[in-house]
Design a protein around this ligand. Structure first.
Ligand code: MTE
Ligand code: MO
Length: 568
């Protein structure tokens, strides 16, 4: 008999290949499977593109000493031309990695479409993808996990996330929406305009002039709202945008000492806000592609945040000039808010009346209700994420790991709370969250108002076999974390702040039997892992086996009546 099914039919039936599952429409008179997307056929209208103009002129570098910066926000006609170019051709669909397998490569994803968009617009953007990668190779640690090559998104591996309380710059995660502008400090200036009394520009030396602006130094944790997204993805897929869904693990968080000035002082130097100015819009110099349009990276924060001296304009990170990849020469650091508001390559601050309408503010970083998704989503259904909630993560051991221990499992991790709250208590459970141990204060790093605390703990664990280790944090307001990922799942896959759960196979060597068995593996020179490998040899001798049955009841009890049967 010939097999007629496709080879992966069983996988599809079992939900192991979600991207290939046909959608069913049960609303008509007849149930109807909706076929998958047709194969991508590229299309490019060269004539239409040429008629728009010469990209070298249209999209030339904006300023001398600012490589990779094009001003889009002030030039709607330029934006329209770029959009027209993008519309005159098609680009391949984003790779599927949520309902299909995530590639086992580093970089994990290439960002092919983003590179193509930059090359399609051309001009100053043509070299941006290559420049960006060259900067990554120069500035980042060789052990970084590159989730997306371009725009560059990378995090340190688990073993290095909490190795230091202050994250070394080469290991600080990077979240980019576009290229890395290369700005010469001598050519740099920051413009403050909009609803301020006296719009002005400042060089970096102006800002560094302590007779004008007092210095501010702070230890601050920057956390991306996508941190730990992989836990949501592995349960339920969400928004399919290649970028938003950088499959972040627990490393999209980093802590550094920043030096700069409080934005409040700079606004004061401009005579303060006027005419209903209530929000500060920050402009980052790179180009950001969204839904066929090109923008600069723009977001805003409310004046109340600035007024409280919780927004730094920073030029120094851990005692050195900001790395290029982290916003050189000047970035915003908004304490306690999602990373998205801490704008890098800052070149303009505009005082405005209402929160920014720019896409990063109004279309992204929205926290949706679970019933809101592809089928019904409106921007206004999402909460614009600002302050981050309390969260924590276990960095060691790793999920699915076999841990041999002496009754206590050594665990390490971080805990953080946004909005100026800090971790007061870190708790671990070895039984899925039924009983909890507090990590002693001396095992948790120093408190800072705006930063994480790293911790390590010997978690008592008597049981053996698969266990679930759970970590949660209580902040100083006694907020804590939801216990299940599902309870906090959302379409944008943001803010995975549920208690962090890992499954570990516990092998407790404080138990006699376990110790002996492990010794046997050693004697035979056989590895205990992988766990599922069977042994060729018996772990129990036949002598043992027989002795057992001699002194114990048999497996099946005889019924007194049955035993009479034969005789009847
Ligand atoms: N100009 C600009 N600023 C930006 C971004 C960006 O893409 N462009 N990404 C933001 C996001 S989403 C985060 S999480 C932080 C990350 O900061 P880092 O890359 O220095 O770690 O930068 C923010 N500032
Ligand atoms: Mo982010």
């Amino acid at each position: 008999m010939e097999t007629r099914n496709r080879p992966d039919e069983w996988k599809i039936e079992q939900g192991l290949h979600g991207a290939k599952l046909p959608i069913i429409d049960q609303t008509g008179p007849e149930e109807r499977p909706i076929p998958p997307q047709p194969e991508f056929l590229g299309f490019k209208d060269e004539a239409a593109i040429w008629s728009i103009g010469d990209p070298e002129k249209l999209f030339a570098e904006e300023l001398e000493g600012w490589k990779g910066y094009i001003e889009w926000e002030k030039h709607p006609e330029k934006k329209a031309k770029a959009a027209q170019i993008l519309k005159s051709q098609t680009f391949p669909p984003p790779p599927e990695f949520q309902l299909g397998p995530i590639p086992g490569t580093n970089p994990v994803l290439a960002g092919t479409r983003w590179k193509m968009w930059h090359h399609a617009v051309g001009g100053a953007l043509d070299s941006v993808p290559d420049d960006s990668w060259a900067t990554v190779l120069k500035e980042k640690h060789p052990d970084m996990l590159h989730l997306l090559q371009f725009p560059y998104n990378g995090e340190p591996p688990k073993r290095l996330v909490t190795a230091k309380e202050i994250t070394p710059n080469p290991l600080h995660f990077v979240r980019n929406h576009g290229g890395i502008p290369l700005i010469e400090v001598d050519k740099f200036s920051l413009t403050l305009d909009g609803l301020v009394a006296n719009p002005q520009s400042f060089t970096l030396n102006d800002l560094k002039d302590e007779s004008r602006f007092p210095r501010m130094e702070k230890c601050v944790t920057i956390q991306c709202s996508g941190t730990r997204r992989i836990e949501q993805i592995s349960l339920y897929a969400g928004e399919g945008d290649e970028m938003i869904n950088a499959p972040w693990a627990e490393g999209a968080i980093g802590t550094a000492r920043y030096v700069g000035v409080s934005l409040k002082h700079v606004i004061k130097a401009c005579g303060g806000l006027v005419n209903g100015g209530k929000h500060l819009e920050f402009y980052g110099a790179e180009s950001y592609f969204k839904k066929g349009q090109v923008h600069n990276y723009v977001v805003s924060v409310p004046w109340s945040k600035v007024k409280a001296h919780e927004v730094i304009l920073a030029w120094d990170m851990n005692g050195e000039a900001l790395p290029k990849i982290h916003g050189y020469p000047l970035r915003v650091v908004v304490m306690g808010y999602i990373g998205a508001r801490s704008v890098k390559w800052l070149y303009r601050i505009k005082a405005i009346e209402n929160p920014s309408l720019a896409p990063v503010q109004s279309q992204e970083y929205l926290y949706f209700n679970q019933q809101t998704g592809k089928h019904n989503q409106r921007m206004t259904d999402g909460i614009q994420i600002q302050e981050m909630p309390v969260s924590s993560a276990i960095m060691y051991p790793w999920t699915k790991q076999v841990v041999i221990h002496n009754g206590k499992i050594h665990c390490k991790g971080w805990a953080y709370s946004g909005g100026g709250r800090w971790p007061e208590r870190v708790e671990l459970s070895a039984d899925g969250g039924f009983s909890w141990y507090s990590v002693p204060q001396e095992r948790i790093s120093k408190k800072h108002k705006w930063a994480w605390r790293t911790w390590d703990f010997e978690l008592p664990c008597d049981v053996e076999g698969w266990i679930e280790i759970v970590c949660r944090c209580w902040d100083n307001s006694l907020n804590t974390q939801p216990l299940a990922v599902r309870a906090a799942w959302n379409w944008g896959l943001h803010v995975t702040s549920s208690a962090h759960r890992i499954s570990v196979y516990s092998v407790n060597k404080s138990r006699e039997l376990t110790r002996k068995r492990l010794a046997m593996f050693e004697e035979k020179g056989e590895s205990f892992g992988p766990l599922t490998n069977t042994t060729e040899w018996q772990v129990q001798s036949w002598e043992d086996y027989k002795a057992y049955w001699e002194t114990n009841d048999p497996r099946d009890m005889e019924n007194e009546y049955d035993s009479r049967d034969l005789e009847d």
